[in-house]
Design a protein around this ligand. Structure first.
Ligand code: GLN
Length: 211
């Protein structure tokens, strides 16, 4: 039996690192640039990179509406850093005209760690992925400035700022587990895919895990 098919939006950003993590977890990674490719996957990763560039390219490639529809239909999606920004219903400090796919009832502030701490690594407690702390890499990272009632806060940095959130099938981290080698957030995405209703493609082979 093959693993789930997980798309990685491959318009800009650290696509390859996500593909590597997915392969290590036994999932089939699919580069997604077109609506047909999106329609063939069971879950999606929005990589880190530059959110305004990914936003513009997604509109140029006719991907904004299909991704919004997939999110509305319940497709499990995991966004890291720029990907988290793209999942936010509201962006603070975006460039003029910057849009997101949305879906998470959060306000995400871009480039929220200024000056010397623009890039840094730290350990985070994330009970949702286990007792072992997460080694987290932040690169010109955003924070979640406001989270609505339906949003589960998974992690905060010292000082209390929110850096990981989940709402339904949507998962977002301000940091990059795909760079530090921690696979547990990707495993959360795969777990969500296993329990989500099948969105596309042929019926699951008998014996596939189900909710
Ligand atoms: N600062 C970037 C943005 O606004 C995000 C950085 C990242 O993904 N590492 O999109």
């Amino acid at each position: 039996m093959s693993g789930p098919r997980i798309g990685v939006l491959a318009l800009q950003g650290d696509v390859r690192e996500h593909v590597r993590v997915l392969g290590g977890l036994g999932a089939e990674a699919v580069l997604v640039r077109r609506p047909e490719e999106l329609a063939s996957v069971d879950g999606l990763i929005l990589p880190g990179g530059e959110s305004s560039a990914i936003d513009k390219l997604s509109r140029a490639f006719g991907m904004q509406q299909p991704i919004r529809s997939a999110i509305a239909d319940g497709m499990p999606v995991y966004g890291t850093c720029a990907g988290l920004i793209l999942l936010a219903d509201r962006i603070a400090d975006g460039i003029a005209g910057q849009e997101s796919f949305g879906g998470m009832d959060v306000t995400v502030r871009r480039n929220a760690f200024g000056g010397q701490t623009e890039s840094f690594e730290t350990s985070l407690d994330v009970p949702a992925v286990g007792a072992e702390p997460v080694r987290a890499t932040f690169i010109r990272a955003p924070i979640v400035a406001e989270a609505g009632e339906g949003v589960e806060v998974l992690a905060r940095v010292e000082g209390g700022r929110i850096v990981a959130v989940r709402q339904g099938n949507l998962l977002g981290t301000a940091f990059h587990p795909e760079l530090s080698g921690d696979t547990r957030f990707h495993e959360l995405l795969l777990a969500a895919v296993r329990t989500a209703p099948r969105l596309s493609g042929p019926p699951r082979a008998t014996g596939s895990p189900r909710a």
